[in-house]
Design a protein around this ligand. Sequence first.
Ligand code: MF3
Ligand code: CO
Length: 258
Amino acid sequence: MIAIKSKEEIKVMREGGKILAGILEKLRENVKPGKSAQELDKLARELVFSSGARPSFLGYAPNGRGEGYPAALCVSVNDEIVHGIPEKNKIIFEGDLVKLDMGVEHKKMHTDATVMVGVGKIPKVAEKIMKVTEECLYLGIGAIAPGKKISDYARAVESHAQICGFSVVRDLVGHGVGYSVHEPPQVLNYFHKKLGNIVLKVGMTLALEPMINEGGYEIYLADDGWTYKTLDGKLNGHWEHTVAVTKDGCEVLTEIRN
Ligand code: MF3
Ligand code: CO
């Protein structure tokens, strides 16, 4: 069952989304060579608690796994796709492509978003994957409207990635979001018949998160049990927004200022 949120509930998620976007903007400014991912997580915790919200991921155990996630922020660098743990010894270097993924729980409702940052001068291909991933997300967002299908979103993302010479991660997907971080439906970023015929309706709230690989789409789970990485060690781009389906299309609840 895909939950439909009321105007009131979407208002709460809009407030949470603003808090989250503001935190990601500040975190992004703090991504500098020599910084550790742990310092970014510390700042993320300070910012979220001082806003009165709480970090959705801290202690969260997706798919009923045993222990919860140990931080507020996911910091995934270069070939790391998602759920990079902000360890003390994870140091940021010039040339890195850094993805900051965070969820915020505000008045019992969650929003989820990711920004990408290039550190100093980054390789051409990193520039390109950052740009293409953002374009994929916004082309996908353009395909979200009542009466449209999730497969319309998926095709929009996948075709742009492919035209640009990149591949779409298949084993990780976007999701509904609201009273839980992960709610139905699964939002694949590529066309597959298992998407079925899910039709979008006003009041659905989704975390859209294309994960685009420079090389092959295959991934693996690293030894830390959390971090997903590209199998071929090439770069990954990940960009994410929480959106609400509205009568005219959709509203991005976690819009970040440039
Ligand atoms: N944004 C992540 C996702 O949608 C959520 C991470 S939860 C964590 O998969 F616990 F793994 F951090
Ligand atoms: Co997500």
